[in-house]
Write a protein that binds this ligand. Structure first.
Ligand code: 6SG
Length: 208
């Protein structure tokens, strides 16, 4: 019985970066899939500290907030850089991933029909920043020469954006090769090819 338990909806959403991190680190975890019907009953929501999922358990320790969960796992598995300065830079990168993710989620859930075209139009402004960061860092990751939790977050975001707007990375060679390189890491490749991953929709409302 694995120590780690992820309770979330059966979507990629804010759970998939956690899953890809665990998969790449060779960790086992248990999934508790919450259906939207189950969630609407309200009993589980009432037990969640902020009334939201994902929820993550490590033995008797329970944590909420997807980015706090990523940081917890990053500390446990050496995915937080080699010193405090790298850790701060990794936080900075992850915060920028979060900025893009919140914009994306807002568009998907609140403004898909009217806002998708405009969102795609504005995307290069965000992607170009990460393109420069990756082109400038010879280490091949967002920070330094080893993978961090922010890399898993960016990978998941880029994969989702390639579904939203196929070809959105075509003018960003560093991002394109980064996605290819990370997706080819054997455990990530196996995860991305798994039925579990493929069967989960990206978002809870079917938009992508
Ligand atoms: C939704 O927002 O799936 N958690 C979501 N929604 C349910 O009652 N800052 C934190 C974090 O980073 C944000 C958590 C996040 O962890 S994730 C949650 O708990 C709630 O607030 C995306 C996702 N959404 C689909 C969804 C499930 C329930 C409400 C929205 C489907 C649509 C409406 C009902 C069922 Fe639905």
């Amino acid at each position: 019985m694995p120590q780690y338990v992820l309770t979330y909806f059966a979507v990629r959403g804010r759970g998939e970066t956690i899953r890809v991190l665990l998969a790449d680190q060779g960790q086992e975890w248990k999934e508790i899939d919450v259906t939207f019907d189950m969630w609407k009953k309200g009993d589980l929501k009432a037990t969640c500290v902020f009334g939201q999922l994902p929820k993550f358990e490590d033995g008797g320790f329970t944590l909420y907030q997807s980015n706090a969960i990523l940081r917890y796992l990053a500390r446990a598995h050496g995915l937080y850089g080699k010193d405090d300065k790298q850790a701060a830079l990794i936080d900075m990168m992850n915060d920028s991933c979060e900025d893009i993710r919140s914009k994306y989620i807002r568009m998907i859930y609140q403004d898909y029909e009217n806002g998708k075209a405009k969102y795609i139009e504005n995307l290069p402004a965000d992607l170009s920043k990460f393109e420069k960061i990756l082109a400038d860092n010879k280490g091949g990751f967002l920070v330094g020469g080893q993978i961090s939790f922010a890399d898993y977050n960016l990978l998941d975001l880029l994969l989702n954006h390639q579904v939203l707007s196929p070809g959105c990375l075509d003018s960003f060679p560093a991002l394109k090769s980064y996605v290819a390189r990370l997706s080819a890491r054997p455990k990530i490749k196996a995860f991305l090819e798994s039925d579990a991953h493929k069967s989960r929709p990206i978002n809870g409302n079917g938009k992508q």
